[in-house]
Design a protein. Structure first.
Length: 327
């Protein structure tokens, strides 16, 4: 039987920062893609994009006006080559208010599940800050950087327990209510129509009793971006890299139909193919799910079976593009 490699082959160019490229483009992905007729080709961001190629598709996670111009020039000369994803659509995820506004505007209804986002407000300048009650929030709250641009500081957060802790912050930031959610979150990876949910360690619940003894603020960062020795995040309840017992095994997944429908709605509303979103199950209502974060082009390699999922996505894009050309 002829394999895909004896038929037409496709060239997908990828433009990623070095660390991102090393984590995503692993030999196992190159092999899986090649077996299914796809060659993954690194794009040199220093050289003019239009002088590289030819490509049947481009995937990227680079930013800035020069790169956007490069993509525009390439698209004007290659209008039928999909660019995954458009810089304008990606930009919406670089702000922690606009990234979640999309969720609040989704017109989706489910028999059992309810979904939404935690109450949150933007604090643009400290002098406008009055009291937590005026902000219609209650302690504890989380202060998150307003800008989510992939920088280290965009992941630096603070759990705040009282007004003294709040006054220690530096504006601008988003203040989001802290919701008890059992100490786990669900990370829902989306690659086009492909949706994969994984469980990750999260901030522990804070009881009313415990809250009485907590003062000021507590800094934290990337608490759910856990990896262990073999760079995989085990969902089977093994110890994580901090050595804490994280019993993820006993956590029941949300229904796949709910997640797929939510992912479809977000994909269409965001106009994006490659993203993940973090979902908490409200500890007070197991049918209530809160989306707290949306990330562009996340760490797919941490997802079990990512080679097949990414290759399926690439083939779906290439097929759609080929059909589009003949239509
Ligand atoms: N409103 C909330 N209530 C309770 N815990 C929260 C809340 N928001 C965030 N967290 C906890 O803090 C972690 C980091 O929050 P968030 O995902 O917004 O930050 P991030 O830096 O964008 O993370 P990522 O690495 O996923 O991009 C979450 O995974 C969760 O454990
Ligand atoms: O654009 P950035 O670097 O912020 O994207 C992050 C993203 O916010 C998440 O932290 C990803 O982790 P997961 O959600 O666990 O996949 C990061 O993936 P990583 O494996 O590259 O660390 C993205 O870089
Ligand atoms: Mg997150
Ligand atoms: Mg994030």
């Amino acid at each position: 039987m002829s394999t895909q490699s004896q038929c037409q082959r496709f060239r997908i160019g990828y433009a990623l920062a070095p660390k991102k490229g090393q984590s995503l483009i692993q030999p196992s992905l190159l092999t899986k893609a090649s077996e299914r007729g796809i060659d993954l080709i690194p794009i040199d961001p220093i050289k003019p994009l239009v002088e590289q190629g030819p490509f049947d598709c481009i995937v990227h996670k680079l930013y800035g006006p020069d790169w956007t111009r490069q993509l525009q020039q390439f698209s004007s000369q290659n209008p039928n080559v999909p660019i995954i994803d458009s810089p304008d659509s990606i930009e919406r995820l670089h702000n922690r208010i606009s990234m979640l506004e999309v969720v609040t505007q989704l017109k989706l209804h489910f028999d059992n599940e309810k979904f939404g986002v935690p109450n949150q407000v933007v604090v643009s300048e400290m002098k406008s800050l009055t009291s937590i009650e005026d902000l219609k929030l209650t302690f504890p709250v989380i202060a998150k950087p307003l800008v989510a641009d992939g920088s280290v500081k965009s992941h630096q957060m603070y759990l705040i327990f009282d007004s003294q802790g709040l006054e220690s912050m530096t504006a601008p930031f988003v203040l989001q209510e802290f919701v008890n959610h059992g100490g786990f979150i669900f990370k829902v990876y989306v690659a086009g129509m492909n949706v994969k949910c994984v469980k990750r360690k999260s901030l522990p619940d804070i009881s009313e009793e415990k809250l009485k003894s907590l003062k000021g603020f507590l800094p934290f960062s990337r608490i759910s971006n856990l990896i262990d020795n073999d760079k995989k995040v085990h969902d089977d309840g093994k110890k994580n890299s901090q050595g804490d017992e994280v019993d993820l095994e006993s956590v029941e997944m949300p229904s796949q139909s709910f997640l797929c429908e939510l992912a479809r709605g977000m994909r269409e509303a965001l106009g994006l193919n490659l993203f993940n979103f973090d979902v908490m199950r409200d500890a007070r209502d197991s049918n209530r799910y809160l989306i707290i974060d949306v990330n562009y082009f996340p760490g797919y390699a941490k997802m079990p079976g990512y080679e097949s999922i990414m290759t399926d996505f690439f083939l779906q894009v290439l097929h759609k593009s080929a059909v589009g050309v003949t239509e």
